[in-house]
Design a protein around this ligand. Sequence first.
Ligand SMILES: Nc1ncnc2c1ncn2[C@@H]1O[C@H](COP(=O)(O)OP(=O)(O)O)[C@@H](O)[C@H]1O
Ligand SMILES: Nc1ccn([C@H]2C[C@H](O)[C@@H](COP(=O)(O)OP(=O)(O)O)O2)c(=O)n1
Length: 227
Amino acid sequence: MIVAIDGPSGSGKSSVSRAVATALGVGFLDTGAMYRALTWWCLDSGIDLDDRDAVAQAATRMPLEQGYDPDAPTVAVAGRDITAEIRTTEVSTRVSAVATNVLVRPVLQQRQREAMAAIAAETGGVVAEGRDITTVVAPDADVRILLTASEEARLRRRSAELHGTTDDAAVEATRDQIVRRDREDSTVSQFTVAADGVVTVDTSDLDFDGSVAAVLAVVRRATTPAR
Ligand SMILES: Nc1ncnc2c1ncn2[C@@H]1O[C@H](COP(=O)(O)OP(=O)(O)O)[C@@H](O)[C@H]1O
Ligand SMILES: Nc1ccn([C@H]2C[C@H](O)[C@@H](COP(=O)(O)OP(=O)(O)O)O2)c(=O)n1
């Protein structure tokens, strides 16, 4: 059971995918965490994010370990747990420079395929989420979903998550992380329009539980043999 989920920032990919993986009893892979881990590692070791070759070499070498338990996913590099560090504003602000490096993408995409295969072998399946899982990393997945939501809904969610409020100032403070980042990231991946065979789930008017149920319904439809 391989489930691939893509979508823009704040559409609910990570949180919904984790709940879906738990419901299905399979492992979870957050591919955005890999771009974030590489960003953190380059910053920590003094590698210039604009030096495309050096960052791509770091992508190959990075001693990354990800825990695939959907209830407590972890990220470690060289034995150091960086699960919290990869969510800092500095990493969130700079990660697009790494994610739009065309020398980095094939390296991490290949590592993502290997991680998905390893998790599926361990747990019987995987829910993997990102920007190009349905199109490039795992176009043959059993289930492929584009999770979307209006820009307004995504800004509100991220604002509530980061600032604990959805007042105007908090929403404006969140705009860079949602709008600018998606604009940059969409120069290298197509995650605003569903590719052929990819099912769109729009969560703009759904609450969290409703979004999880909608994704599980797509999974069930795709994996129940037609009678
Ligand atoms: N359908 C939804 N309705 C309301 N809040 C949601 C919904 N889906 C996700 N959220 C919340 O929005 C925030 C961003 O979700 P997240 O899973 O991090 O999105 P993404 O991985 O796509 O950036 C989280 O706080 C999450 O709990
Ligand atoms: N498969 C992927 C996953 C993430 N990315 C990029 C997009 C983002 O700028 C970063 C971090 O992704 P992440 O999913 O953690 O971003 P969010 O903050 O959840 O929106 O990596 C990508 O280019 N391809």
